[in-house]
Design a protein around this ligand. Structure first.
Ligand SMILES: *Cc1c(COP(=O)(O)O)cnc(C)c1O
Length: 403
């Protein structure tokens, strides 16, 4: 994270957070451009030998300024809806670097993707391929598609973010995929250019990725198709806490390099969380503090509508003070939001630096699946998003769902 204390005060990239908090309506998301750039470059460096196309997963963070910056660094985009596709195009990402994923793309979404000539549409069912063929025929095009394989691999992550198992709705199981490759040879307006996979998110071990590479190798052999691309998806886990397990990407990159030599395909990755997860904080003001039973409830102005991961996945995100007191509160403390739902709670502590009503705290590592999962529930406005870039503060408060 790019947050650190100088004395008692929290800084992000050398700018004092309290100063930004005082000048803006809380809660708001605060991102470090420097950290986003560092993460993107670190990721690319791991796979230098592979020379992959990195398509940032827009659903993890769809802020157009962030997409624009990533585009300038050479990133493509992995999109899962018409809205995301339009945002990626608005961010001037070349359609030849855009892949379109998703189990249920509609007619209108497919038409836009075909018209814009995106690099790949990753299909997840035979019906979808037939529809793409039909639309492409009308537009007099041949559209490149990838077929998403369900490799039947357990990603060993939270069950709610696992996508590559036998009973999952995603992709095609290998036997169906092979059958489909045969039957679709007669479709003149699609070209099968890729196999794609994405087995889940917040994956912290290389083993499931390794099993996936083996499953793909098998498919390539059996299908006898020369695929141009193998899209290995995203899912790279990050450390939400210091003691969290870290994925050994270096080790994985060696496997991918070997795989690439054997298969002679161009590799695509679709990282989301890894690029932006630890680059964002949610700055929030303490509205009230009250004691119920033997517990202090710290009621924030940020709620589950602003940041949904704790309510949706039981995810734990550390909360830190913007001005850290030397005194501590001992006793049970629970940080909660103002929403009328009992799942609107963030984290519990046994002790915490002393805090008062009106002060600010920050929920950490919310750069991925933070703002993109937010809603207007309770008819609350959406939190704005502020980006720190080279000492400048850029506020992107205009969002379509604002009320
Ligand atoms: C969500 C998603 C990703 C990104 O996953 P991360 O865990 O954020 O890296 C990549 N590809 C597809 C198809 C996805 O649905």
């Amino acid at each position: 994270m790019s947050l650190n204390y100088k004395g008692q005060n929290l800084f992000i990239d050398n700018i004092q957070v309290k100063g930004i908090a005082r000048k803006n309506v809380t809660p708001f998301y605060l991102y470090s451009y420097k950290k986003i750039k560092d993460n993107f470059e670190t990721f690319c460096n791991y796979f230098k030998n592979v020379n992959p196309l990195v398509c940032f997963s827009v659903k993890s963070n769809s802020n157009v300024s962030i997409l624009t910056e990533l585009g300038k660094l050479g990133s493509g985009a992995d999109v899962v809806s018409e809205g995301e596709l339009l945002k990626a195009l608005k961010a001037k990402i070349n359609p030849k670097k855009i892949v379109f994923s998703g189990v249920g793309k509609t007619d209108s979404e497919l038409r836009l993707a075909i018209k814009k000539r995106v690099l790949l549409i990753n299909v997840e069912s035979e019906s979808e391929a037939l529809l793409i063929n039909k639309i492409s025929k009308k537009m007099n095009r041949v559209t490149s598609i990838g077929i998403r394989l369900n490799p039947n691999v357990d990603a060993k992550t939270l069950s709610k973010i696992s996508t590559g198992k036998l009973d999952s709705k995603f992709g095609l199981l290998s036997t169906n995929l092979l059958k489909f490759c045969k039957s679709s040879r007669y479709l003149k307006n699609i070209k099968i250019s890729a196999i794609s996979v994405h087995i889940g998110s917040q994956i912290t071990s290389v083993a499931p990725y390794k099993r996936t590479l083996n499953a793909i190798k098998k498919i390539i052999k059996l299908s006898k198709i020369n695929f141009d691309y193998i899209d290995l998806g995203g899912g790279f886990g990050i450390q939400y806490k210091k003691k969290d397990k870290k994925i050994d990407i270096k080790n994985y990159s060696v496997l991918v390099r070997k795989f690439q030599k054997e298969t002679n395909c161009k590799i695509i990755f679709e990282p989301g969380r890894y690029i932006v997860g630890n680059t964002g904080s949610l700055i929030s003001k303490i509205v009230f503090i009250k004691k119920n039973g033997n517990k202090y409830f710290v009621i924030l102005d940020a709620g589950m509508n602003d940041f949904m991961r704790p309510a949706l996945y039981n995810a734990k995100h550390e909360i830190i003070s913007v001005s850290k007191s030397k005194k501590r509160i001992n006793g049970n403390i629970e940080f909660v939001g103002p929403i009328c739902e009992s799942t609107d709670t963030f984290l519990k502590y046994k002790n915490f630096p002393f805090i008062k009503e009106g002060e600010y705290v920050t929920i950490t590592n919310v750069g991925a699946y933070g703002s993109t999962l937010s809603s207007n529930y309770n008819t609350r406005p959406l939190a704005s998003e502020i980006i720190i870039k080279k000492g400048n503060i850029k506020n992107n408060s205009k969002k379509t769902k604002d009320c």
